[in-house]
Design a protein around this ligand. Structure first.
Ligand code: AMP
Length: 116
């Protein structure tokens, strides 16, 4: 893919932009959010640049399952495996600002509900 068309997160995955990577495997990469909303705030990003969750297709089902199970492993490794939140903002009106699907893994403090 040409550099111009890469998403911000692809550039982090490809080490063209800095990021504090905490996990990577053949399907996904996780790095710390640059503007954390909690002591633990990690972004888990598939290597495949699906723009939004609603753009995922049935062929992405194994990948989506892999992301959920990998989030478990990362939360556990970060010491918050018993209490963490996963967030996917889908669409600008829902707060999505980077259009490359990502799971926010948030923990390390009490989390209120409902979210804003
Ligand atoms: P969202 O608003 O759901 O699309 O989430 C995008 C997230 O990416 C936000 O929480 C930002 O703080 C985070 N973010 C933006 N730029 C970077 C970056 N260069 N490195 C790490 N996280 C970033």
């Amino acid at each position: 893919m040409s550099d111009q068309k890469k998403t911000l997160f692809e550039k982090i995955i490809d080490r063209e932009l800095p990021g504090t990577i905490v996990h990577e495997d053949e399907h996904c990469v996780a790095f710390r959010d640059v503007n954390p909303g909690a002591p633990i705030h990690i972004l888990l990003v598939p290597r495949k640049p699906i723009p939004r969750l609603c753009d995922a297709t049935p062929e992405d089902q194994p990948l989506l399952g892999h992301l959920m199970l990998t989030a478990n492993r990362i939360a556990e490794a970060e010491g918050v495996g018993e209490a963490f939140r996963l967030v996917v903002n889908n669409g600008a009106e829902a707060g999505q600002s980077v259009f490359h699907l990502h799971l926010h893994i948030i923990g390390g403090r009490a989390l209120s509900w409902p979210p804003g």
